[in-house]
Design a binder for this molecule. Sequence first.
Ligand code: SER
Length: 237
Amino acid sequence: MSTDDIVRRFVEYFEERGHRRITGSTLLPPSGDPVLFTTSGMHPLTPYLEGRPHPLGRRLVNVQRCLRTTDLEEVGDPTHLTVFQMLGTWSLGDYEGPQSLDWGYRLLTDGFGIDPRLLHVTVFGGDGQTGPDLSSLELWQERGLPVELTVEDNWWDNGPTGPCGPDSEIFLWTGDTPPQSTPTGDDRWVEVWNHVMMRHRRLDDGSLVPLPQRNIDTGLGLERLASLLQGGRSVYD
Ligand code: SER
């Protein structure tokens, strides 16, 4: 499948499920914005995740160019780039996490032909402020996928304050042997898709308050997915 075909299949899959495609934003955020660059597809959508109605509705899909300064130390390994494209989907206070995870699972397996036996997922196991993400855990157990529970690795934010929440990540086995260990235990498990249950806002004092609506924010790196589906050795291929 060519990289263009991957984009087309991704966007059409979500359009068929009621999502409207939005245009990617510039890498440079508006002045006054707290980040140096657009780091994720969710970033330009922050006002809408915080409750402002989006003109195209509650279900969105797009392809966003991103630059992550937090990833720069990892650039040069097989899976990280300085600038990359992120395929993303959003539920702005519409459907919940299990629906998003189920669509994601079906697209990876039925749509992109990935063998489900090569998948592993991670789920937020809970900390002192937020309980474990039981609805994601239940969905994955129903699908028969192995689950690893973590704390820091399954919490996503875009900085010290602002919208954030527990996430569930889908990993693909890239080793030459049958799958072994877990995503935190063996780096041949490569993360392909992150689904964030973005329903909290972190305040300056570190406390969490609920956002006005329960959102879902998902992202998967296009170059990484393409290299895996096309049998490349790295995102550079
Ligand atoms: N914001 C999440 C991420 O960047 C999902 O898109 O991983």
